[in-house]
Ligand binder design. Structure first.
Ligand SMILES: [Mn+2]
Length: 263
């Protein structure tokens, strides 16, 4: 009964399929966690979403996908509250006959997943937690946002994507000296002075909790005792990364969708 966590797929479905073949996932027993941003930028968002929805049907709660900023953007475009952005590759999903079902499935994903496995608490989130390693307040905030996203208030929520808690869960990388999020998305070591990665700023005092996240390709793979970052920039030509949480075994698949990526 392994638990695998996989980084940002961004519609690189061929790479995902090859990676899953290599980790030898047992869908009847294992757990599979995805850090979000299943879609956009890459070539096969539609296939990726169909795969995810079908797999949840098989695995139930053992399959967890948290929402990333690109997933929210797809929902916003489907609901007509966001327009096309440069480098969007969402047309195929938006025009698919099953788009309503797929987007509806995505709208029912959480922002934060919290689960105790073998004596260790894990928090799965796309970008980060402002509250740090004590996620109780963040979980409450996440549940409120999730209720809105599923209901008639979704349009309003998606029009206000700069809401602090939404930004933390789906977009946060660096914080300035006043604790405000900054747009810088490069590697921490080349960052403008005064900026620090969120996970070096927020309180980090729960030894038996591990945060698992993605979103930050320039940060790359980080395996610290209580922090795992998994976005290795698959859609930008890097590998797609899976980590088995039980023993931290890492499996990486070289990107094989590159010729189809829309730059
Ligand atoms: Mn992201």
């Amino acid at each position: 009964m392994a638990t695998w966590a996989i980084g940002d797929v961004h519609g690189c479905f061929r790479t995902l399929e090859s990676l899953l073949g290599r980790v030898d996932l047992d869908v009847r027993r294992d757990r599979l966690w995805m850090v979000g941003d299943l879609v956009n930028r890459g070539p096969s968002s539609l296939q990726t979403l169909r795969w995810a929805r079908a797999l949840e049907g098989e695995m139930g709660d053992r399959f967890q996908v948290v929402l990333g900023n690109h997933d929210l953007h797809l929902i916003a475009r489907h609901l007509g509250v966001a327009g096309e952005r440069p480098r969007d590759t969402l047309t195929e999903v938006l025009e698919a006959a099953d788009a309503p079902e797929l987007v509806d499935w995505l709208r029912r994903r959480p922002f934060v997943h919290f689960e105790r496995l073998a004596g260790c608490d894990y928090v799965l989130v796309h970008a980060g937690l402002r509250s740090g390693w004590a996620p109780e307040a963040a979980i409450k905030a996440a549940r409120r946002l999730e209720r809105k996203l599923r209901g008639p208030k979704a349009t309003r929520l998606l029009q206000r994507r700069n809401k602090k808690s939404l930004v933390a869960f789906t977009r946060m990388r660096m914080l300035d000296r006043k604790g405000r999020t900054h747009d810088y998305s490069g590697a921490p070591k080349s960052a403008p002075s005064g900026l620090k990665p969120w996970f070096r700023v927020v309180p980090r005092s729960c030894p038996e909790r591990t945060i698992v996240c993605g979103h930050w390709a320039a940060l790359g793979l980080r395996l610290e005792s209580d922090f795992i970052a998994l976005d290795t920039g698959c859609v930008w030509g890097g590998p797609l990364t899976a980590v088995r949480l039980d023993d931290r075994r890492v499996v990486q698949e070289v990107q094989s969708d590159s010729q189809q990526v829309h730059w």
